[in-house]
Design a protein around this ligand. Structure first.
Ligand code: NAD
Length: 462
């Protein structure tokens, strides 16, 4: 249904939402709290239905559904409910001498009517977590879920109007045609999650109306590891970071490993053992491993694996079954850097391992690539940690783990350069949908006459 959903009357939809926004209803603290509670209620009451949709779309286990989507969303709602008053309170700031007497305030105000366009790999949280920010900020919103996760898109389209204010929060299903119609309109904010190619389309459409955008894009997140770490712990964290979130189909999954030469054999054998410990001798039978999202992505991934540059570099896994969209957790060793798999975001269960001489070579390799969404560094050497932090640029970083920065609501989450612009999570979500309006309240008791012409010599001496 999602991709062939009927086209909405976009101008009419937008003017309805604009009327609601202009009425001022969404700006009140009461409305924001009520809608945040309604969202929380929907997530809690509909856990089973959400689980079914995610299982249909991606084969996600109940555990992964809860830990990677619902738990985070519940935390976000609760934090926004708890912090809303504080976030909404205008901030008093210092004044310039020339303005005495006065008071200077920064008052957050909602951008207006926002469009949230989300991706398929975490189709609940990527649609609803930005919604938390939009509601908290006081915006009216349209959510356009990904058509590539049709069961989840249908769930959102059916249930959001049941729980939430239909005159202010709408879900529009559909694919490119639908988005194109929506993007023709003037929005006050567009929040997009997806790939950088489409990100450029979104930004170009937004530019016509000078609409501000947040672009949550992807990229190839590198992971550097050296021999100073506790190998067993590191291997567990790498395996769960790669295959535990949507089977490698996560924007923050480690894309490839950069490994100190002498350490490669030990790391490989521990990674292999850990994969078997987690997913069994035949991961195809594991209930804890999601599947590839659809046939197109299955074909894309198997073509990368079967490329002559790559096919003989498989050191673990490589098995696949098109019917069930299964590709085994697969390790590759020293694929040539010009191989197709090293030149696009893998976004699937394949993990290339590249041998490097040490941290300097890893830093050079990272710098040669577009800025990633995340960099992971496994080392207990503080000097190397500092080098990696200060000499590389990325949306975020985790030292001695992978992926987990996503769950810290105190850390703004977003990309830089090719991996995106803007950020969200926690207070940053509120900020993403708010304009910080500067207001100077002037008193009238003091006048500086030198301000006014005629500018006599005497005045100029003051
Ligand atoms: P996708 O195909 O679901 O597309 C994302 C959205 O863009 C969808 O709603 C889709 O309808 C829309 N879209 C697709 N083609 C379009 C077009 N031509 N014009 C206008 N809109 C269009 O998802 P995807 O882009 O394949 O998602 C995967 C990418 O997203 C990866 O690069 C991944 O790293 C990135 N991602 C980033 C984050 C993040 O938080 N930074 C999260 C998840 C995914």
């Amino acid at each position: 249904m999602a991709s062939d959903a009927p086209l909405v009357d976009a101008p009419e939809l937008l003017s309805e939402l604009r009327r609601t926004f202009q009425s001022g209803r969404t700006k009140s603290q009461e409305w924001r709290l009520e809608q945040l509670h309604a969202l929380l209620k929907m997530v809690m009451e509909q856990e089973d239905e959400i689980g079914k949709a995610l299982s249909l779309d991606l084969g996600k286990s109940a555990y992964e559904t809860y830990s990677c989507e619902l738990a985070l969303l519940i935390d976000s709602c609760k934090l926004a409910i708890k912090s809303l008053k504080k976030w909404m309170t205008p901030e008093q700031v210092s004044i310039a001498l020339a303005t005495v007497p006065s008071t200077a305030m920064i008052r957050p105000e909602p951008f207006g009517v926002a469009l949230i366009i989300s991706a398929w790999n975490f189709p609940i949280i990527l649609a609803l977590d930005p919604l938390v920010g939009a509601i908290a900020a006081g915006c009216a919103v349209v959510i356009k879920p990904s058509e590539i996760a049709p069961a989840t898109s249908a769930f959102l389209s059916k249930m959001v109007p049941v729980y939430m204010d239909k005159e202010a929060i709408r879900v529009v299903e559909g694919g490119v045609q639908q988005i194109t119609a929506l993007l023709d309109q003037k929005w006050d904010k567009i929040f997009f999650t997806g790939n950088a190619k489409v990100g450029r389309i979104i930004m170009a459409a937004a530019a016509k109306h000078l609409t501000p955008v947040t672009l949550e894009l992807g990229g190839k997140c590198p992971l550097y590891i050296d021999s100073t770490v506790d190998l067993k712990v590191a291997a567990k964290r790498i395996v769960i970071g790669k295959w535990g979130s949507s089977c490698g189909q996560a924007c923050i999954s480690p894309n490839h490993l950069l490994v100190e030469e002498s350490f490669v054999p030990k790391l490989i054998s521990t990674l292999k053992k850990t994969i078997v410990d987690f997913y069994g001798e035949d991961p195809h039978t594991s209930k804890d491993l999601a599947h590839v999202v659809n046939k197109n992505h299955f074909k894309r991934l198997t073509a990368l694996l079967d490329d002559p540059s790559t096919a003989d570099k498989i050191i673990h896994g490589g098995e696949r079954d098109e019917e069930s969209l299964y590709i085994a957790p697969t390790l590759l060793l020293d694929v040539p850097l010009d191989a197709p798999i090293m030149n696009e975001e893998i976004f699937g269960p394949i993990l290339p391992i590249i041998t490097v001489k040490g941290p300097e070579e890893a830093i050079d390799m990272i710098a040669d690539q577009p800025k990633p969404l995340a960099i992971y560094v496994f080392t207990n050497d503080k000097v190397v940690q500092d080098q990696m932090v200060s000499k590389t640029s990325s949306g975020g970083m985790v030292i001695n783990d992978a992926v987990l920065h996503f769950v810290c609501t105190s850390l703004p989450f977003g990309g830089v350069g090719e991996s995106g612009m803007g950020a969200y999570h926690g207070k940053a979500s509120f900020d993403a949908f708010s304009h910080r309006k500067s207001i100077l309240y002037r008193g009238m008791s003091v006048e500086v006459y030198a301000r006014y012409p005629p500018y006599t010599t005497k005045k100029q001496q003051i």
